[in-house]
Design a protein around this ligand. Structure first.
Ligand code: ZN
Length: 82
């Protein structure tokens, strides 16, 4: 029985594990679970960045609106004083 040919490297810590192992001998990371988790993580990362971008745009728009209101309020205040 040759275990070397079917051995696999852990994607988390890089440790070489025997073929019969389903979890990493060093960090206990699951071989199959890790692959799924990575796909899930990249999908999550994409939606996160999309959300982040729209949040930034909304934040910028809100900042511009508040800025405009603030400037208008200052101008009105100045005109009232002078
Ligand atoms: Zn590992």
């Amino acid at each position: 029985m040759n275990l070397v040919d079917d051995s696999w490297n852990c994607k988390v810590c890089g440790a070489l594990n025997a073929a019969y192992r389903t979890t990493c001998g060093r960090c206990e990371e699951n071989k199959l679970k890790d692959m799924k988790k990575r796909q899930y993580r990249s999908r999550q990362g994409r939606s996160d960045s999309q959300y982040e971008t729209s949040a930034k745009v909304l934040g910028f728009a809100a900042l511009m609106l508040f800025g405009a209101l603030f400037v208008t309020a200052i101008i009105e205040l100045v005109e009232t004083i002078w």
